[in-house]
Ligand binder design. Structure first.
Ligand code: KDG
Ligand code: MG
Length: 440
């Protein structure tokens, strides 16, 4: 795979070349609405692995503007890279970069095979790159373009993890010392080995592993349910009432088990309990909701407004976790957020390290604009990643701000990116003790 790493060919033509010209003509023949002056002349996919894999989309316009999008789908990166290269980049050429909505509809409706993680990440990448270009053309940050900020800085949370409760309390203290006002707490479970969300060797949690196949973890829901309420109660007693605490059950429980956990955690007064049961069947949350007032968050694996329709319509959740790359960019996430506002559901964008700084930058612009904002997840990227993706956003005292650079404020150092070739990695899988495959 290394031979194809990093340098994925550019699809496109130089300003004024035949290819850009014929695409222009095609657009006019298709009867698209009044043309703007600029045109997309190149679209290029870049894969880089400065500590972990990222897929980026670069769109270049005839006016010389460059927009960057994130297309990273953890563990399935090359599927999106290839989808973009083969199916999307060629049809972007000649399009007016200012017509973001039309391009979104063109890629969503035009594909016929709607939705899905790969398609929507590809659309998300195009959308982010086009908002970046629009911002650069206007000399304005994306938050300004979508209506202007309603807040300058946004509350964010990060992760504290420990193999046991004592280690978790130490991690919480260290995280508070970095200024965080909201912390997601994950603990090891007695009798189980490595499990979701718990870092090894004091390093930041990073699930994607190297090897021929995925790492296999063993899961026991009863052991988890016996341990977690007590461990989180100890954390609450340790930190006092004010610190916001969050927890992620990562899709492991049945609706009944989820209801039991959410009820047992009520005294901990969580900011949210995340992915407490799988949400493909949105109705599953009705049972959980009927039994608890613990706030519920879901949606980091959702791709469209349809994935959360019943959850929002019936007010079965409190926070929607979908972020810009997973849900087809800023264009579609705004729709989800406006719909969520009807049910007083607030946003809480996914922000794990497997989303590139491009997603973080764009999400922060969205966060400063969105009226029904809840919180933003923030896991620090490695210094290598930060160097490859110079960015305008910053963190201070538990809050983040996107900066005021035109566009989304995240650039890519292509020369540096080329030094980190694609590094095949996979997310782990989970099995029950009897060998049954379970949700990771
Ligand atoms: O790629 C998978 C991770 O993004 C996911 O496991 C992280 O659950 C997660 C979270 O809440 O950040
Ligand atoms: Mg999660």
């Amino acid at each position: 795979m290394t031979d194809r790493a990093v340098t994925d060919r550019a699809v496109g033509a130089r300003p004024g070349s035949d290819r850009a010209g014929s695409a222009r003509a095609g657009s006019a023949r298709a009867g698209s609405a009044r043309a703007g002056s600029d045109r997309i002349v190149a679209a290029e996919v870049l894969v880089t692995s400065p500590g972990r894999n990222f897929v980026a989309l670069k769109i270049v316009t005839a006016d010389g503007l460059v927009g960057w999008g994130d297309a990273t789908l953890n563990g399935r990166e090359l599927a999106v890279a290839e989808y973009l290269r083969e199916h999307v980049c060629p049809i972007l050429l000649g399009r007016d970069p200012a017509r973001i909505e039309d391009t979104w509809q063109y890629l969503y409706r035009g594909v016929y095979w709607r939705r899905g993680a790969v398609t929507m990440a590809a659309i998300g990448a195009v959308d982010l790159a086009l908002w970046d270009i629009k911002g650069k053309a206007a000399g304005m940050p994306v938050s300004q373009l979508i209506g202007g900020a309603v807040r300058d800085r946004v509350l964010c949370y990060t992760h504290a993890t420990g193999a046991d409760t004592a280690a978790l309390l130490d991690a919480v203290d260290a995280t508070r010392a970095r200024g965080f006002q909201a912390i997601r707490v994950q603990t090891g479970v007695p009798g189980l080995g490595a499990i979701y969300g718990v870092a090894r060797d004091g390093a930041g949690y990073e699930p994607a592993g190297r090897g021929v196949g995925p790492v296999e973890e063993t899961w026991d829901t009863d052991a988890y349910l016996r341990h977690v309420p007590g461990a989180l109660a100890e954390v609450r007693a340790h930190v006092g009432p004010e610190l916001a605490l969050l927890h992620d059950a990562h899709h492991r429980l049945t609706p009944n088990q989820a209801a039991r956990l959410a009820k047992a955690l009520e005294p901990v007064e969580l900011f949210w309990l995340e992915d407490v049961t799988p949400a493909e069947n949105q109705e599953a949350f009705r049972l959980v909701r009927q039994h608890t007032v613990t706030p519920l968050a879901v949606g980091e694996i959702f791709n469209t407004i349809w994935d959360c329709k019943d959850l929002i319509q019936e007010q079965l959740i409190d926070f929607i976790r979908t972020t810009v790359v997973g849900a087809g960019g800023v264009t579609h996430l705004r729709r989800i957020a406006d719909f969520a506002a009807v049910g007083q559901v607030r946003t809480g964008c996914h922000g794990a390290t497997d989303l590139s700084p491009v997603t973080m930058g764009a999400a922060l612009h969205f966060d400063t604009w969105v009226p029904n904002f809840g919180i933003q997840e923030y896991m620090r990227h490695t210094p290598e990643t930060d160097a490859v993706f110079p960015h305008a956003y910053s963190f201070s005292q538990g809050l983040m701000q996107p900066g005021d650079a035109p566009g989304h404020g995240v650039d890519i150092d292509e020369t540096l990116a080329a030094k980190y070739p694609y590094d095949p990695r996979q997310l782990p899988v989970a099995r029950l003790e009897d060998g049954t495959m379970w949700n990771w």
